[in-house]
Design a binder for this molecule. Structure first.
Ligand code: FAD
Length: 409
């Protein structure tokens, strides 16, 4: 039996940033163990569909903490260790082979896994999903000689991968089920902007595309759509969403509802058992709802927050949801939650790559998208969303007025 005061189950982004925060706050050697199915130390996941995939980054450059850092701080790292059972009352977690880790405080940080596409041929060689470093390495290595690729899925993973492959001069087709890219997040005008940008950079976009089958004998050779269209390819990357990894906690009394249900301190229904990151379903007091967020900043902030809570600074987690992405030469950021918004206002020009989009709900700012805009726009976006700031849409949309003039007192 291994016994440590704190155990983090899952060695991903939450674990990397939680451990760093604990060390900064005086963690003593021998107090923390991280148990992870991964074969690599905790790393940044966003580069897997961007700079790592393109070849600009390598494993060492995306580690959250250096190779020796865990040893130097007396943190036990157990890699390639899959936990199959969590016992919140006996306060231990167990692998399939029966090895146990006992804890006083446990953080469930198992993240999410790539949603599988259910269609004939999905087991063929050169059909990839993208979640781990290994997945990205495999795609990178196949892409080195590929001539034609099909990317399935019009969310951020699909869009990022398509942009990297196109820049590698691979003939790339993006197949999306919806009638426009990233329908869930973008307004129609934003989708239209990105579609134009992609098409101008040689990405073919097939909309309303339902996959009938992936074809090939051993290796994928084509994607067949329900309408009979066949797209030749020598690799397929599937990015159709993610699902929280909750299997090890199911049936053990831990409350699960689209992720592990936690309170404002990220604590679940057993004292001393917490969850953070992609797997945590937490209360968001800013929007008065519960949510589970599958983005970088949420994993970083919740990992750090958990570390502070268990080390004595018991504050509620209050945070504006945030997301960023890089595609081709564009970088953009998105804050808040546009669900239920009643109005959108654009600043800048949707025919250029410098614009921002602001979602209002009954005059209050609820979400903002900012790309290549003055710094003040990115600064006030999260502040105003957090404060529920009411704004004048007329002033906000007026190019001759600064964004600050849109504030209504
Ligand atoms: C390719 C890619 C690109 C992304 N790009 C962006 C981006 O541009 N912007 C953005 O905001 N967000 C991005 N994200 C999202 C962001 O990376 C995630 O939100 C973040 O990684 C979540 O952190 P986590 O610690 O909750 O989960 P993860 O980082 O997924 O870590 C989960 C860990 O749990 C381990 N684990 C799971 N089950 C078990 C088990 N039973 N036993 C032991 N260990 C287990 C896994 O091996 C892994 O180490 C991206 C994600 C991916 C996959």
């Amino acid at each position: 039996m291994n016994t440590t005061k704190y155990v983090i189950l899952g060695g991903g982004m939450v674990a990397g940033y939680a451990a760093k925060e604990m060390v900064d706050r005086g963690l003593k050697p021998g107090e923390l163990a991280i148990v992870s199915a991964d074969s690599a130390l905790p790393y940044e996941r966003p580069p897997l569909s961007k700079s790592f995939l393109s070849g600009k980054d390598n494993e060492a450059s995306i580690l959250i903490n250096g190779r020796d850092w865990y040893r130097e701080h007396g943190i036990e790292m157990r890699l390639r260790t899959v936990i199959e059972h969590v016992d919140p009352t006996g306060r231990r977690i167990r692998t399939g082979s029966g090895e146990e880790f006992e804890f006083q405080n446990l953080l469930l940080a198992t993240g999410a896994s790539a949603r599988q596409l259910d269609c004939p041929g999905n087991q063929l060689h050169d059909v990839f999903y993208l979640r781990s470093l290994k997945d990205s390495e495999n795609i990178r290595s196949r892409a080195a000689t590929a001539k034609q690729a099909v990317v399935i899925g019009g969310g951020f993973i699909g869009m990022e991968v398509a942009s990297v492959l196109a820049q590698k001069k691979i003939q790339t087709t993006l197949v999306i089920r919806e009638d426009r890219v990233w329908r869930r997040m973008f307004t129609p005008a934003m989708s239209a902007f990105f579609e134009r940008y992609y098409v101008a950079r040689a990405v073919r976009i097939v909309k309303n595309g339902n996959i009938a089958a992936l074809e090939g004998t051993e290796v994928v050779r084509a994607v067949l759509l329900n309408d009979g269209q066949k797209i030749s390819c020598d690799m397929v990357i599937i990015g159709v969403g993610a699902v929280p990894v909750t299997e090890p906690f199911e049936g053990n009394g831990i409350a699960i509802d689209s992720g592990v249900v936690v309170n404002e301190y990220l604590e679940g229904n057993y004292p001393g058992v917490y969850a953070a990151g992609d797997v945590a379903n937490y209360p968001d007091p800013i929007f008065g709802t519960r949510r589970r967020v599958e983005h970088w900043d949420n994993a970083v902030s919740q990992g750090q927050h958990w570390a502070r809570v268990i080390l004595g600074d018991r504050q509620p987690f209050v945070h504006v949801p945030y997301f960023f992405s890089d595609v081709f030469d564009l970088s953009y950021e998105l804050w808040g939650d546009s669900g239920g918004s009643t109005e959108t206002v654009v600043r800048g020009d949707l025919n250029s790559s410098s614009f921002s989009v602001w979602w209002l709900k009954d005059k209050r700012l609820v979400a903002a998208f900012v790309m290549k805009r003055p710094d003040e726009e990115r600064q006030i976006a999260p502040e105003w969303i957090k404060a529920g700031q009411t704004v004048s849409s007329e002033n906000l949309g007026n190019p001759n007025r600064s964004v600050l003039e849109a504030m209504q007192r």
